[in-house]
Design a protein around this ligand. Sequence first.
Ligand code: 13P
Length: 256
Amino acid sequence: MRKRMIAGNWKMNKTYAEAVTLAQDLSVALKENPADSVDVVVCPPMVDLKGVAGVREFDNAPFEVGAQNVYWEASGAYTGETSCDMLTAVGATYCIIGHSERRGYFGETDEDINKKAKALMAAGIVPISCCGEPLEVREAGTHVEFVVDQIKKDTEGLEITDPSKYVIAYEPIWAIGTGKTATAEDAQEVCGAIRKTLVEIFGQETADGIRVLYGGSAKPENVAGFLDKEDVDGARVGGASLVADSFNAMIQKAAE
Ligand code: 13P
């Protein structure tokens, strides 16, 4: 049985003090209404990680902290980059890789994403690996093939011994920050195809343990419809994770 996950991606929002306040608000909300049946993850900007992880530690808050990016080398002359050990040292236990904004604006490739996944897993950090098609691919009707191809490339050569420690997020690009959501059926179609691909690659038992999340204009009003679907195990939340009340409302729906 896969444990549901609600993962917030704060993107490039929240200064240090704002991030700490949001983490504190979330901690209070989750203590008032515990949602133990759900894994909650927040992914603040790199410079806010330590502050948010500090709130988690100090409050014993029921959420995990994730980064939004990592570099696969252990150390060295890679100006501006952050290693796995650096993430671990500031309390990050998850890391987003391959977000469409990184693929689109910063040229991240499937090969990069694969290297990042391997480095993270070797370091004991859980990757949340993203996939998803642009609008023109959706309109051409080849979205399933497109995403399956990404999954095959992104997971190439991965050894998954604990399937709860590798997470996939399906985020159709046309639905991100646009207010345009995929229907629950759209999400199931692709998440189901992802699961089938995982069965082919890793076998049934491992594939059955890997969480596949939906992301793209997910909010309190629509999250339950996605979660009802067989192969959708949670949500990745951008805009609605920037306010504790709306993020908590989604967590509570997932706990129902
Ligand atoms: P929105 O929820 O703002 O559409 O963002 C989705 C996303 O990119 C999560 O990673």
